[in-house]
Design a protein. Structure first.
Lengths: 276, 264, 292
């Protein structure tokens, strides 16, 4: 009897979160779907709610995503290759591992404080797209490293054996066998990391991304805003029109986030099949 | 192909290809090989037999230094190929492995095309000449009697081949770099009997041009295929002699017990 | 020649790995330097004992307790909600549900963690608070209850996924032994499986707490901007993270005492999450050794 009761409870809990999420998303769609039209996407921000659009924030998000990838991808993959294929399993290697695990758990706003001092002030990038991208790159670096390592771990040892036995050097083995074989897993990891980055708000607020930017960035040193900050800004305004705008912008942000997640999951499944 | 820095001289009349002198192997505290002396003859097939865990694979892998990657590996003693100690600092390990090739127990073709698999060993040496690569791939696949079966579609993925074909592909891949010695670590234990027979036939044909050392669990295979047999037990070399002698009239009681299936 | 090339490549890869150490050192350095400057002007005793936090007012108080209580109150509510729900989900998936269910439901739950927190903040402010106001008449527009509950929803997958992994890792033989002795699924779950997977479950809870403490946007949007030392979930409060956002949006002079307050607050936050993460890493390592 108790068994049955718990079974109901278990199913209820499992569905609870998803049902609530569905309700939330449903209410947002009801709130904001009417607002979405081409003007909304292409308009600049404005003091008047019905004239305001997400263009500059959207462009800012694109700029930041691209630059963040350019910065984080090479460093993250290189670090993962070193840890997985080159490093001996000694004390120093475990220090590196603990450290990466720790960085993954640091609140994102702390990265904002780091970025504020180092990139904005000391390196004098100002509150620019570049400073924001560097900050987010450091934030997602642990994610890229961990997922690349997992992808490399999944490549069977026999592949390395075969390559070494033919006289290939370590780097030849990595570049010609391991990276191609783990490509799908690495791709999945970077897409998931970026879908996290696209929704980040706090660290970019701290480094000074503005809430009201009347132009899209044209170079990395420009001021900028991103979609989540635009949403936050509109939420803080009392007029109902801005609440509708926020809801509409959220729909677009969620669309981007879910599509990216979907693509990542698709690649992960495709890639995992390879090694079955 | 420029071979200015080869380790093994070709075309000599030396009778012993590989020499091991008082070789000991440790993995951290565990002593895997307890002091072995052995001379392996050129252009012959030598089989290593013995129960699981007796060190025959470990000993085999000393010849192409594949143990170097294992954590905690330590080696004492000397291993020379044609008189050259292969464990000195000046030996280029990658060059060594081109001259001492290895075929593994479970066929491990790269997840690439048949052509790419065989050409890989040459490409990593910097060889780019398309015509040369094509000729080499063809001749290697012919040597392992795989050419007729795959010649119509060399771009097909190697993973689409059967187990036996994959293993022959792995042998072709090794042959393409023109080694002097071929090491085989239980090459047929994952294959069906027909594929096994084909590969044993291949080993017999290859013996003229190469020195072959084969680790095998299958004693019938050892007696069919090899000229010399070495019996290992718990990290020691118990007996090493002509195959015929080992299997009909062994000197040591332990050898006899193993051959007749009393243990192992 | 080839050997030199290989060495250069290895050193380059190594220096990339070193970047991670530099990041940690950077964080510690930046926070410490500014915090030390802060504590030159504000006494540490005051910082930890003053019950008011008003650095931006004319009469300045620098007691961290109100911000700390805001952070801990919202996180506590989140955990109070997420732990029973998350744990129940993990037990259900691990001990009751068919295999195929696990495959479809786990990614669906991951979705909860993928939603950007600014979106959750919007929900908390515009959906949850008005809804709760129907049942709690005194509920203020900004309060820690709504924010805490929504945070709880967001961290459910942290607990459910990791706990389920921990339960999954327990050897089947234990499960079979329990059933063999005639226990029901419920008895097996709570008397055998949960204790066996306890370290993994504890790790998941610690990580969830760490995530809740570090959360910014949900509380910045829905919990309020009034630092208040209180346990009342119906009134506005301010968390450490929301305070940092508040200052960053304003016009605070670089190098001023007010500017430094965000680093003093930040280093407090960092200390908490660092300790939690280190503890959970240690437990995770010990747990892995147990079942390998």
């Amino acid at each position: 009897m108790m068994d049955q009761a718990f079974q109901f409870w278990g199913i209820a809990c499992t569905l609870l979160g998803l049902v609530l999420l569905a309700i939330f998303i449903g209410s947002i769609i009801v709130d904001g779907i009417q607002r979405i039209d081409w003007d909304f996407i292409s308009n600049l921000p404005s003091r008047k709610a019905d004239r305001a659009g997400i263009y500059t924030a959207l462009m800012g998000s694109v700029w930041v995503l691209v630059l963040t990838t350019i910065i984080a991808l090479p460093i993250g993959i290189a670090a993962a290759i070193y840890l997985e294929e080159y490093s001996k399993k000694d004390k120093f290697a475990s220090i590196l591992e603990v450290n990466i695990s720790n960085l993954a758990g640091v609140p994102s706003i702390i990265y904002g404080l780091l970025g504020l001092e180092i990139f904005v002030r000391i390196l004098q990038m100002g509150s620019s797209v570049l400073a924001g991208s560097f900050t987010l790159a450091l934030l997602i670096l642990p994610i890229v490293i961990v997922s690349t390592r997992e992808a490399l771990k999944a490549v069977p040892q026999s592949l390395r054996d075969a390559s070494f036995a033919l006289g290939a050097s370590k780097w030849q083995t990595v570049s010609q066998q391991l990276l191609p074989a783990s490509f799908g897993g690495i791709l999945t990891g970077i897409i998931l990391a970026l879908s996290r980055a696209v929704g980040e708000t706090a660290p970019l607020i701290v480094i000074g991304a503005l809430a009201y930017v009347p132009f899209a960035p044209t170079n990395p040193m420009d001021d900028f805003s991103v979609l989540p900050i635009q949403i936050f800004n509109w939420i803080s305004r009392p007029q109902h029109g801005f609440e509708v705008n926020a809801a509409a912008a959220i729909i677009i942000l969620l669309l981007i986030t879910f599509i990216m997640n979907g693509i990542a999951v698709y690649f992960r499944n495709k890639w995992q099949k390879k090694f079955k | 192909m420029e071979r200015s820095d080869t380790i093994i001289e070709k075309n000599t009349k030396k009778k012993n290809m590989i020499e091991a002198q008082d070789v000991k192997v440790h993995y951290d505290d565990f002593m895997a090989i307890k002091g072995i002396d052995m001379k392996i003859k050129a252009n012959k097939v030598t089989a290593f037999i013995g129960p699981s865990g007796c060190g025959k694979s470990t000993f085999l892998r000393l010849f192409n230094r594949m143990n170097d990657y294992v954590d905690g590996f330590r080696m004492e003693g000397e291993i020379s190929i044609h008189g050259e100690n292969i464990y000195t600092k000046k030996v280029n390990v990658e060059q060594l492995r081109k001259e001492v090739g290895m075929v593994f127990q479970k066929p491990n073709p790269f997840p690439k095309s048949i052509f790419e698999n065989v050409a890989y060993g040459l490409k990593i040496q910097g060889i780019k000449d398309k015509k040369f690569l094509q000729e080499k791939v063809e001749s290697s696949l012919k040597q392992v009697a795989l050419w007729d079966e795959v010649k119509d579609d060399l771009n097909k993925s190697a993973l689409a081949l059967s187990g036996g074909q994959q293993q022959r592909l792995c042998i072709a891949r090794t042959l393409a770099v023109e080694p002097t010695v071929i090491l085989m670590d239980e090459p047929t234990s994952a294959l069906d009997p027909i594929s096994t027979a084909k590969i044993e036939e291949l080993i017999y044909e290859l013996k003229d041009k190469y020195t072959i050392v084969i680790v095998t669990h299958n004693m019938q295979q050892a007696s069919r295929v090899s000229d010399y047999t070495a019996f290992f037990y718990l990290g020691e070399l118990i007996e090493y002699d002509k195959t015929k002698k080992i299997f009909t009239n062994p000197e040591k009681k332990q050898t006899e017990n193993y051959i007749t299936g009393r243990f192992g | 020649m080839r050997r030199i090339k290989e060495l250069v490549i290895e050193k380059t890869l190594f220096s990339s790995a070193l970047v991670t150490i530099l990041v940690t050192l950077g964080i510690i350095l930046v926070l410490s330097v500014e915090a030390i400057n802060f504590f030159r002007e504000v006494s540490i005793v005051d910082f930890f004992t003053d019950t008011q936090w008003t650095p931006l007012f004319t009469e300045k108080h620098f007691g961290i307790l109100p911000l700390l209580s805001g952070t801990l109150l919202t996180s506590f509510i989140a955990i109070l909600f997420a732990v029973p729900v998350g744990l129940s989900i993990s037990i259900y998936i691990s001990e009751y549900a068919p295999r195929s269910f696990r495959k479809t439901i786990k990614p669906a739950l991951e979705l909860l963690a993928a939603v950007p927190s600014v979106v959750y903040g919007f929900f908390a402010l515009t959906v949850v608070t008005p809804f709760l106001q129907n049942f709690i008449p005194g509920l203020s527009g900004f309060n820690s209850l709504s924010a805490g509950l929504v945070m709880g929803i967001m961290i459910i997958p942290f607990i459910s996924s990791l706990s389920e992994d921990a339960l999954h890792a327990v050897p089947n033989s234990l499960r079979e032994a329990a059933y063999g002795m005639g226990s029901t699924r419920l008895q097996n779950a709570f008397r055998v499986m949960v204790p066996a997977a306890s370290s993994g479950i504890i790790v998941s809870i610690i990580l969830a707490i760490s995530r809740a403490i570090g959360e910014t946007m949900i509380v910045a949007i829905a919990a309020g901007q009034q630092p208040r030392l209180t346990l009342d979930p119906t009134v506005p409060v301010e968390t450490i993270t929301a305070y940092i956002v508040q200052v960053s949006l304003g016009d605070v002079q670089h190098g001023s005492l007010e500017y430094r307050t965000i680093f003093a607050a930040g280093i407090t936050l960092f200390a908490f999450t660092f300790i939690l993460n280190t503890v959970s890493y240690r437990i995770r390592k010990k747990f892995r050794e147990k079942y390998e």
